[in-house]
Design a binder for this molecule. Structure first.
Ligand code: MG
Length: 316
């Protein structure tokens, strides 16, 4: 059985109800650690957002990615349904697969205006369908940026995950993220919650908080990611952050840690070893993806960053 079969099967069985049973059994007992898969050895798979790689065309970018050992392509979600055929053809016979899909939806999920929430929900579903068709690990979403008028945090959390405490009974009506997760899982993909630093978002800032939302939902279509750029400002310990996410972690963004350029361009600050130790400890199987600018010539600094990541992974 493939991961896609498993996810689709869980959705067909009604993941909200299944999650409820699993939760009461063991996985989300208060105080229990996140699920780890110690028998699984972590893998290093490097990915890049489309805009990070130099090239006049997608084919040129893919040529460079293959030459540099970059295995994942992260594309934007805006207009994705119209790009499915183009992307499938471009990747045929290549050593590059679609990794995550970065945002691109309309509205935002925890808007105080219900019409904006509805717009976000429907728009995310369309992108999830395309993401599933492309075999993507998930659609990256931010519940709301600071400038987007939103519900108070407590109400927003209840809207998304349905309840505040694990010892309270679940409501029968699935909360917003469970409904989105059902669609994601039916498509063989996921929602990836992305914590951001406080300058951009206050609702979801740490990997552990995103993971606790995953734990509340315990749904195969809902996962969390970590972004080293935001983690630099919000996390007290990169390894601790990834350990707290365990099997709920399904994507990682990477950038230099002072100026958000390619890893290595900020010199000594660009140390990811502790984070990589955390990824190894949880048996991480997904991508580490460049989301960054570049100070230097991309033909030089991107392959140098790939080497830095491989070297630090080996040290971890
Ligand atoms: Mg990011």
């Amino acid at each position: 059985m493939t991961r896609r079969d498993l996810l689709a099967g869980a959705a067909a069985a009604g993941a909200w109800a299944v999650g409820s049973m699993v939760q009461s059994a063991s996985a989300a007992e208060p105080g229990s650690p996140a699920g780890h898969s110690p028998r699984r050895q972590a893998v290093l798979k490097i990915s890049a957002q489309e805009g990070v790689i130099p090239g006049e065309s997608l084919a040129e970018k893919l040529d460079r990615m293959e030459a540099w050992g970059i295995e994942g392509l992260e594309v934007g979600g805006r207009g994705l349904p119209a790009r499915v055929d183009e992307l499938r053809k471009a990747l045929q016979g290549r050593n590059v697969k679609i990794s995550a899909i970065c945002a691109g939806f309309e509205g935002w999920l925890i808007a105080s205006d219900p019409q904006v929430r509805e717009k976000a929900f429907n728009s995310m579903k369309e992108i999830l369908t395309a993401a599933g068709a492309l075999g993507s690990t998930g659609l990256i979403i931010v519940p709301a940026f600071n400038h987007q008028e939103s519900l108070p945090h407590r109400e927003a959390r209840v809207l998304l995950t349905g309840f505040q405490r694990a010892d309270k009974p679940r409501p029968e009506e699935p909360p917003l993220l469970a409904r989105l997760g059902d669609h994601a899982a039916a498509c063989g993909t996921r929602i990836l919650l992305e914590p951001l630093n406080r300058e951009e978002c206050y609702f979801l800032r740490t990997v552990a908080d995103g993971a606790s939302m995953c734990r509340d939902l315990n749904h195969p279509g809902i996962a969390v990611m970590g972004d080293f750029w935001h983690m630099t400002w919000e996390e007290t310990n990169d390894m601790g952050a990834f350990l707290s996410a365990g099997d709920w972690l399904h994507h990682v963004h990477i950038a230099s840690r002072r100026t958000r350029n390619t890893p290595g361009e900020d010199g000594e600050a660009d140390n990811y070893v502790l984070g990589f130790k955390g990824l190894k400890a949880i048996g991480y199987q997904d991508y580490i993806s460049f989301e960054c600018g570049a100070k230097g010539d991309r033909e030089v600094v991107v392959p140098a960053a790939v080497k830095l990541i491989r070297d630090q992974w080996a040290q971890a």
